[in-house]
Design a protein around this ligand. Structure first.
Ligand SMILES: [Zn+2]
Length: 207
């Protein structure tokens, strides 16, 4: 929740200065996309996405991409790297029994095809209700990136909570911008990914 993580540079010069990979000016690109620009070259992200999608839609290109990836994935070096990564991740997990339990439970749920995010959301709503609070869904129809819930508990400040698990552990850029706007106005935004983190968030109400 650090300020520098939330900050998206508003000019390319600033992005170069900070070493940020992207920046956002709010000005549309020649094709009319109001989107992030790459610091390296100043290209529009939305245009780049479309160009790549067009490339992949041409015959043979998707097949070639998948072939390349499969070849890379089957190399002994790649396999060794994955093995090492998984081992380290498991060691971190085992160091914290609560987290390991949570991980095993989730792995079982995934195996059974249960939608995990929804489960976390229900657990969160119940936890807030149990301390006499209210946490409606927060939907902003005008803008992407709003946190999932507004949390109101008598005697405490209002908090905003993002419950959806961010892709690959990274919060999307439009969410980061939205969170920054909320924090600028003096309110806190929490990013909560599992039951373990809900329990520690709820600690504040047990005083
Ligand atoms: Zn564009």
């Amino acid at each position: 929740m650090s300020a520098q993580f939330d900050y998206i540079p508003t000019s390319r010069a600033m992005a170069v200065l900070l070493g940020a990979p992207r920046y956002f000016t709010g000005a549309p690109c020649p094709k009319g996309h109001v989107a992030d620009r790459r610091t390296n070259g100043g290209g529009c992200i939305e245009c780049a996405k479309r160009t790549h999608a067009k490339y992949l839609s041409k015959p043979g290109n998707m097949a070639r991409k998948l072939e390349k990836r499969a070849a890379w994935r089957s190399k002994p070096e790649t396999k060794a790297k994955f093995r090492q990564y998984n081992k380290a991740a498991e060691a971190r997990m085992r160091a914290d029994p609560a987290r390991y339990e949570d991980y095993k439970r989730k792995a079982n749920m995934r195996r059974d095809g249960i939608f995990i995010e929804r489960d976390v959301e229900l657990y969160f709503v119940e936890a807030v209700l149990s301390v006499g609070g209210f946490c409606p869904k927060f939907v902003d129809k005008s803008r992407k990136g709003a946190p999932d819930r507004i949390v109101m508990v008598p005697g405490f400040p209002v908090y905003f909570v993002e419950l959806k698990r961010p892709k690959r552990g990274i919060v999307a850029v439009h969410q980061v911008k939205y969170h920054a706007e909320i924090r600028r106005c003096g309110h806190e935004v929490f990013i909560i990914k599992n039951k373990h983190e809900i329990d520690s968030f709820m600690e504040r109400y047990k005083r």
